[in-house]
Design a protein. Structure first.
Length: 269
């Protein structure tokens, strides 16, 4: 099996300092976190930004630019910009950040009911984001919340809007999305092309369990406070702790951990 690629999703849209003081919020905090995550073994950095005043998710291009440029200057990480949109962000708001030309960006290929809202991704929006990424030479990470989203991703490939080999991230265990079970993970993996790479993001307590299954099944792992703020029941985590734990487990299982250069090779960046 190839070495494990560790993605860290350190911020996301939801957890705030009051939930876990280790969530990086400002561009400066996000950049410093990137330096620590790289040292701990992460290869991919999934980037969201927040309004520094109220910590709400932000589409602000200047915040993305500041965090992105700082990460580029201070680290060698593969920066993956989220094109997710909370609070009704429209296509223009979600696409503008792609002008930074990161190596990767996330692309959710369908809509899903979040516990508190609808995460809306219309066919037209998905197509537009895919075209933008292709034009700018950005590799999409297909964010898969349910099996149908794999079909949608493969449709994009058939229509020439995304280029093989595809990379998938299975988001499992979120209320409203596919439950985090081994059966479901095996099912999702069976549905993607043989040349594709994949990782798993488990939400909350599913993070560790699904990451471990990915280690054993030849997939890759996404950790971080975006998906899970706890190290174990009742004990808050830091991003570095979550990275170090899955790195140790992967080493213990004999897979090792991909360096950033190795991750670029595995993902054909
Ligand atoms: Mg995200």
């Amino acid at each position: 099996m190839e070495k494990l690629i560790i993605t860290v999703a350190p911020t996301g849209s939801l957890p705030k300092k009051k939930n876990n003081p280790a969530v990086p919020i400002t561009p400066r905090e996000i950049i410093e976190e990137g330096v620590r995550c790289e040292a701990a073994g992460a290869a991919i950095f999934h980037l969201h930004v927040r309004n520094p005043v109220d910590e709400s998710p932000s589409p602000d291009y200047e915040l993305f630019a500041k965090a992105y440029q700082g990460l580029r200057e201070r680290t060698n990480l593969i920066v993956q910009i989220s094109t997710g949109g909370r609070a009704g962000m429209d296509y223009e708001q979600r696409a503008k950040r792609l002008q930074l030309r990161p190596e990767m960006a996330s692309l959710t290929t369908g809509s899903v009911n979040f516990p508190d809202s609808v995460y809306e991704n219309s066919p037209a929006l998905i197509e537009s984001l895919a075209k933008d990424m292709q034009k700018l030479g950005i590799k999409p990470e297909m964010e898969i919340f349910d099996t149908s989203m794999i079909s949608n991703a493969l449709d994009l490939q058939r229509h020439g809007l995304v280029d093989a080999p595809l990379h998938f991230d299975f988001v499992m265990g979120l209320k409203g999305a596919i439950p985090a079970t081994v059966e479901n993970l095996v099912h999702l993996r069976q549905k993607i092309p043989g040349d594709a790479t994949w990782s798993v993001a488990g939400i909350g307590p599913a993070q560790l369990a699904m990451n471990l299954h990915a280690v054993l099944m030849g997939g890759h792992a996404r950790v971080g406070l975006e998906d899970n703020i706890y190290f174990c029941k009742g004990e808050l985590a830091t991003n570095v702790q979550l990275i170090e734990r899955i790195a140790l487990l992967s080493e213990t299982c004999g897979r090792g951990v991909a360096s950033i250069a190795e991750a670029r090779q595995i993902l054909r960046l």
